[in-house]
Design a protein around this ligand. Structure first.
Ligand code: SAH
Ligand code: SF4
Length: 411
């Protein structure tokens, strides 16, 4: 996005929201691998010879047709539907609030029921439509155990990991609300063509460090990219990490989605302060993992995110260091103007400095989109979110939304 892509401040209009479906939810079939779904059906007495067929039927209804109610599964017998209803759910999370901005950006505040003895948790997902694509920002954890000094999420403790179901539910719910599943009347097996989809891209750039919740993120992303289901191309899924090196290798081997690295500094001493996981996995190890990421080419580049902090990491020396550091890696650089939050000591770099930095990078042959204007507008609008239950945590949400929106959209 260029600096001229400023979108007028969004006046958010409330939308009707769905109500909680169940108080004490049954186990969900969403987010199970095919093997897990088969085992769950077997345990409830489905005959061995039927299981494969039942799994593909359910998979189709849940992920291709997007149903959230067993009664809508027209080709499943009534007995089977009753059995499924008794033991399982495919319900969506509760929408606490849905907001639609004039520019089409949508935000959902979602509540997930307690897991075990825990409390219900709330997270947000944000949809950003653009020319030719629509990107959904998804969260992987409630809070974050890492403590990046410029990130508001980093000041909150980790409440818990989201389950694969909860990660996928963000996508299913967004597609429900955007009318992004085929009509019920469409013939069985109809798949929304990729080019017609509202959610064409997803980015794991919401709250949390996805590689500290590897197994659930992996399961969710493999289901999202399953060709017989949601069918999102892995090239349109981007996972952003602060640099959990061992899991970057695993991401390449086991998930195969696009990678974004929250770099933010090109020297270890500075990165240790900004992104403390750097003390564990310093730049050299991080860059080695990036170089080894499978399938890189000019068409499949790693995105390096770089937050612009005034007087901290925004000198032309830093820009030069950045170019040197990325030498030999097919890379894109996303410059993110810092989104301030109450209590932070950092300031966003001056616009002029950001442009100089970007020019330097451009002249070295890198595209370096600056993601600010939209993020800022939305941040202003976010003040209009006012859920009773969340009032205390409004500032947390503001920082979180700004972060997600600032980073939306990979090609
Ligand atoms: N934990 C993962 C993904 C979520 S953060 C990660 O760190 O990559 C998504 C992006 O937002 C990261 O690049 C993060 O560094 C950036 N970010 C966090 N706080 C920000 C802020 N206040 N202003 C701008 N970008 C921020
Ligand atoms: Fe966690 Fe990412 Fe924020 Fe760092 S930037 S504290 S890893 S969410």
């Amino acid at each position: 996005m260029s600096a001229t892509d400023v979108i007028t401040p969004s006046r958010l209009k409330p939308m009707p929201v769905s109500q909680p479906v169940e108080l004490a939810p049954k186990p969900s079939l969403i987010g199970l691998t095919r093997e897990e779904m088969a085992a769950a059906l077997k345990e409830k007495g489905v005959a061995d010879k039927q299981i494969k067929m039942r799994v593909s039927q359910l998979w189709n209804w849940i992920y291709v047709r997007g149903v959230s109610n067993f009664d809508d599964m027209a080709n499943v017998s009534k007995d089977m539907r009753e059995m499924l209803k008794t033991h399982f759910t495919i319900a969506r999370p509760e929408i606490v609030e849905e907001q639609v901005s004039n520019d089409g950006t949508r935000k959902w505040l979602l509540r997930f029921p307690p897991r075990g003895a825990g409390r219900p948790v709330e997270i947000e997902a944000v949809y950003i439509p653009e020319e030719g694509r629509g990107t959904l920002c998804i969260s992987s954890q409630v809070g974050c155990s890492l403590t990046c000094s410029f990130c508001h999420t980093g000041t909150q403790r980790l409440v818990r990991n989201l389950t694969a179901e909860e990660i996928l539910s963000q996508l299913l719910l967004a597609r429900d609300r955007l009318g992004d599943f085929p009509d019920r009347e469409a013939p069985q097996g109809t798949i929304m063509p990729a080019e017609g989809r509202k959610v064409s891209n997803i980015v794991m750039m919401g709250m949390g460090e996805p590689l500290y919740n590897f197994d659930s993120v992996k399961t969710a992303l493999l289901i999202a990219s399953d060709g017989d289901g949601l069918s999102l191309s892995k090239r349109r899924i981007t996972l952003s990490t602060s640099g959990v090196v061992p899991e970057i290798y695993r991401t390449g081997d086991e998930i195969g989605v696009m990678l974004a690295i929250s770099l933010h500094a090109v020297r270890d001493d500075l990165r240790d302060m900004l992104v403390p996981i750097n003390k564990k996995y310093p730049l050299k190890e991080l860059m080695d993992a990036c170089r080894a990421y499978p399938g890189l080419s000019n068409a499949r580049r790693i995105t390096f995110e770089y937050v612009m902090l005034k007087g901290v990491n925004d000198s032309l020396e830093d820009a030069k260091g950045l170019i040197q550091l990325l030498k030999g890696i097919p890379a894109k650089i996303n410059l993110i103007p810092f989104n301030p939050w109450p209590g932070t000591n950092y300031q966003c770099s001056d616009w002029e400095q950001i442009e100089k930095f970007a020019d330097f990078i451009n002249s070295a042959g890198y595209a370096s989109p600056i993601r600010t204007p939209r993020g800022r507008d939305i941040l202003a609008a976010c003040g209009q979110l006012k859920s009773e239950s969340e009032r205390m945590r409004k500032t947390e949400r503001l920082a979180f939304e700004a972060m997600m929106i600032a980073n939306h959209g990979e090609d």
